[in-house]
Design a protein around this ligand. Structure first.
Ligand SMILES: Cc1cc2nc3c(=O)[nH]c(=O)nc-3n(C[C@H](O)[C@H](O)[C@H](O)COP(=O)(O)OP(=O)(O)OC[C@H]3O[C@@H](n4cnc5c(N)ncnc54)[C@H](O)[C@@H]3O)c2cc1C
Length: 527
């Protein structure tokens, strides 16, 4: 083998900050290059991607060949194939490694065909065959039951795709030195049959399975999509990602990008919880790097228990709901502790502030600030201030949070806090009813969850409409007159004897549209 081998890596930089695959490929390539005093070059095609080029150098590249053109701002298979194969023919690298991303899987075989070279797909390791002084690629074969050792013929470059999640990236080093070579290309010779009319970047609220610290995986033992939803909820509560076995993906309980295993992703979380999974080799091959493995299975002889650090022999349908309730309680307890600490009440000391807890809760549930604002009936600005600990919200915000968490808050709130919330309910109702006359049907229940009223609304010319929203549900039955109920953007008209039931989180307003007095029975449920 020659002393100075030239190793190339394809710079797949879509969603750079979420998709670390190129950095994993780069790390392995740099390790191989260091063994042979070789050079690592990243081929980077894009537009205004100088920052990404510097990032590749900080993560191990000696050199970046940069083709910067406006038409490269999105990936185009034919264009990329033509440009990269041209560069390979010009520079003649010895090895060319690509991450097995969706795009890498499309691009690599096209390049290999065009260059007439060999391609080892889905590699998980490389070894040196010292007897013949050549590199050997290792890739799972025969359903993952064997590992194939593959060598290339003499043609260069020797190409391989690398499975995501196998190698660890080299930590970012600001001091790393490298060269960025700008390639000026004339686009005259390129033929591209696909024209991109528009593209939208998918917003990633999660870091992806391969990078997740916590993964909850569900299998056929969860029975149906409702059972699988329990695993998904557990993942959310723990701030993790949901993973799945093949039967769960085949049954469409989740999408293919959550598949773990030989034909899916390899993971290495700190905590992996397997629910209703038997532990077939095609699955377990991809979880070997998990630090702590928990298995939940009703069959104590299931092979997954051989991999597990902790096993629970139980029916998932019975165990998971109880487990979820306990976790929610724990979570909410921490939130109320932090809330009291922020008020300096009861002297509870917490290491994490209330705002930080709210932010983590939101992020764990993969909600944007806007979504949490909608769920709690607040504005995004209010949520931002709470998360920054710039304000301590009223105690009723705890109630709205518990609503978003679907947890009964009663056991966590002190009597004083319950009174404050009760007062808020009354205040809210007073605001709502100042334009109406009303008579309570549930005396003494002002701070209770369920309350009933007889409401009278004057004819339209006299009545000033007020729009409101509040957590809970509302039921309205028209006893006299004619009522218009506006729910968000939808308008409903109700006559005598008609009723409507709606989520009172939706902005709503009521109007008498008849000439007579309108009388209604209103039942309010407030969580
Ligand atoms: C070429 C090839 C590639 C493959 N690639 C993959 C891959 O990438 N990923 C993958 O996952 N599979 C893959 N497979 C399929 C793999 O062989 C297994 O069939 C699959 O992993 C089994 O999934 P499972 O554990 O969900 O289902 P099962 O093997 O059916 O296991 C279900 C488990 O749930 C338990 N259970 C049942 N009811 C309950 C309950 N109420 N409570 C608790 N536990 C319960 C059962 O005891 C059982 O252990 C591949 C197969 C082939 C041939």
């Amino acid at each position: 083998m020659t002393a100075k081998l030239d190793f190339w890596v394809f710079g797949d930089h879509r969603n750079y900050y979420q998709d670390r695959l190129t950095l994993q490929v780069l790390a392995k390539t740099r390790q191989l290059a260091d063994l042979h005093q070789g050079l690592v070059t990243v081929v980077l095609l894009g537009h205004q991607v100088d920052e990404i080029a510097r990032e590749y150098i900080s993560h191990g590249a000696h050199r970046v060949l940069l083709v910067d053109r406006p038409d490269m701002s999105t990936y185009l298979l034919e264009t990329f194939t033509q440009v990269i194969s041209g560069l390979v023919q010009e520079y003649q690298p010895d090895y060319f490694l690509l991450g097995a991303s969706d795009f890498g899987l499309e691009l690599a075989p096209r390049l290999a065909k065009r260059l007439n070279v060999g391609l080892c797909a889905d590699c998980i390791e490389f070894e040196m065959d010292t007897t013949k002084d050549r590199l050997v690629a290792i890739s799972p074969a025969f359903g993952g039951t064997s590992l194939a050792r593959i060598v290339w013929n003499e043609r260069r470059p020797m190409m391989a795709t690398i499975r995501p999640g196998i190698f660890s990236e080299i930590p970012h080093n600001d001091q790393a030195k490298g060269e960025v070579v700008q390639i000026n290309q004339d686009d005259g010779q390129i033929t591209e049959r696909v024209k991109i009319l528009s593209s939208v970047r998918k917003i990633h609220l999660s870091q992806g399975l391969e990078a997740a610290e916590v993964v909850v995986a569900g299998g056929r033992g969860l029975k149906d999509s409702n059972g699988f939803q329990l695993a998904r909820e557990l993942a959310q509560l723990l701030g993790g990602e949901i993973g799945a076995t093949k039967p769960a993906v085949d049954a469409h309980w989740t999408t293919h990008d959550h598949l773990i295993g030989q034909t899916g992703k390899t993971i290495r979380p700190r905590l992996l919880i397997n629910c209703g999974i038997s532990g077939a080799i095609q699955y377990t091959a991809a979880i070997k790097r998990a630090e702590t493995i928990v298995a939940l299975n009703r069959d104590r002889h299931a092979p997954i228990f051989q991999q597990a650090d902790l096993g629970v022999v139980a029916d998932a349908g019975q165990f998971l709901p109880l487990f979820l309730t306990e976790i929610k309680k724990l979570l909410f307890q921490k939130i109320t502790d932090a809330y009291r600490a922020s008020l300096n009440k009861e002297g509870v000391k917490t290491d994490v502030s209330f705002g930080q807890r709210v932010k983590k809760l939101r992020q764990d549930r993969k909600l944007t600030p806007d979504q949490l604002a909608a769920q709690t009936g607040q504005t995004p600005e209010f949520i931002a201030q709470v998360e920054d600990d710039a304000i301590t919200p009223p105690v009723s915000f705890l109630l709205q949070l518990s609503h978003a968490l679907e947890i009964d808050p009663s056991r966590f709130l002190s009597d004083q806090e319950k009174m404050e919330i009760g007062a808020k309910r009354q205040e809210g109702f007073a605001k709502r009813t100042q334009s109406y006359s009303y008579q309570t049907l549930t005396p003494g229940a002002a701070d209770k969850h369920l309350r009933g009223f007889l409401v009278s609304i004057e004819p339209k010319e006299k009545h000033k409409m007020v729009e409101y929203r509040h957590p809970g549900e509302e039921f309205i039955y028209v006893m006299h007159g004619e009522l218009e109920v506006t729910l968000g953007t939808r308008v409903h008209q109700l006559k005598v004897g008609e009723s409507i039931h709606f989520d009172s989180e939706t902005k709503h307003k009521l109007r008498n549209i008849s000439d007579k007095r309108c009388e209604l029975m209103v039942i309010l449920y407030t969580p």
